[in-house]
Design a protein around this ligand. Structure first.
Ligand SMILES: Nc1nc2c(ncn2[C@@H]2O[C@H](COP(=O)(O)OP(=O)(O)OP(=O)(O)O)[C@@H](O)[C@H]2O)c(=O)[nH]1
Length: 266
């Protein structure tokens, strides 16, 4: 069966079902994951938040004239990847964030890229990842050069961008849309035309031996018996609440976004 996306619409009259893309934002504490997520969803920069809050948001996007139902998981690991299966088994693509003014966060992003590489090896699938050097507005306090970011991305074969959650929305939006494009490419490659979430599907648990060898925090990988299907994270980990976006202020269209509780938006 042909892929449901990436094809021109037949007949012009029929609307294709929106492509469903799950995106997980990974990175060390303070790298700016929440700020980037909220910037993308609301065009606003937040400066206060609850660092322990992990939530999944959804947004109806249009990428390359195609409707996309995008879910964004703003993860809240502590200092290292933990209980990674909640996003490894869920996301179609990953944004790995570090802060250009923090060498520590850059090293943290390298751990996340390694984790993704190991997961890809374990599952024999590839997972698009984009490396983001955030807080570009703080470039005068740089601890990580652009060349270092590009080199790390090159090592893992992923796209690289420097961004700022404080600066222009369009650049942040571009990066998220690039992640959607990457996910779409991968999904098309795998000819995934089946529904993405089948709750009856049983996960076969096995311990990933690679994590210990690579000094990563303990992670258990779930390999689905049908490897092309992914499970939604447990309800406790993914709270979807629809609210109106500030973008809806344009009266023409009111895209729905999901919850921003826990964030103070100015
Ligand atoms: N100057 C500047 N500050 C930023 C930027 N992005 C985030 N911050 C600030 O950096 C701090 C951490 O940002 P968060 O978005 O909460 O970082 P996080 O990665 O989600 O951190 P955890 O929630 O602890 O995992 C906050 O004080 C933000 O206001 C940015 O692009 N520029």
């Amino acid at each position: 069966m042909a892929s449901v996306f990436g094809k021109p619409r037949a007949g012009g009259g029929q609307q294709s079902a929106p492509l469903e893309v799950n995106l997980a934002i990974l990175g060390r504490r303070g790298a700016g994951k929440s700020a980037l997520t909220v910037k993308f969803l609301t065009r606003r920069f937040i400066s206060e938040y609850d660092p322990n809050l992990e939530d999944t948001y959804s947004s109806e996007e249009t990428v390359d004239h195609q409707p996309v139902h995008l879910r964004v998981m703003d993860t809240a690991d502590l200092d290292t990847p933990r209980n990674c299966e909640r996003y490894l088994n869920w996301a179609h693509a990953f944004l790995v964030v570090y802060s250009v003014d923090s060498r520590q966060s850059f090293e943290g992003s390298s751990s996340y890229l390694e984790l993704l590489a190991l997961h890809a090896k374990e599952t024999q699938r590839s997972f698009p990842a984009l490396l983001l050097g955030n807080k570009l507005d703080m470039a005068q306090y740089r601890q990580v050069t652009q060349a270092e970011g590009a080199a790390l991305a090159g090592r893992f074969g992923c796209l690289f961008f420097e961004v700022s959650a404080c600066l222009d929305f369009e650049h942040v939006q571009h990066v998220f849309h690039e992640a959607v494009r990457e996910a779409r490419r991968e999904l098309e490659k795998n000819s995934l035309a089946r529904p993405l979430f089948i709750s009856e599907e049983r996960a076969v648990h096995h311990q990933a031996p690679l994590t210990a060898r690579h000094g990563l925090a303990s992670c258990t990988f779930n390999t689905l018996s049908t490897t092309s299907l992914k499970e939604m994270p447990a309800v406790a980990q993914a709270k979807l609440v629809t609210v109106k976006s500030s973008r809806a202020q344009s009266k023409r269209k009111a895209p729905t976004l999901t919850l921003l509780k826990g964030f103070k938006i100015f």
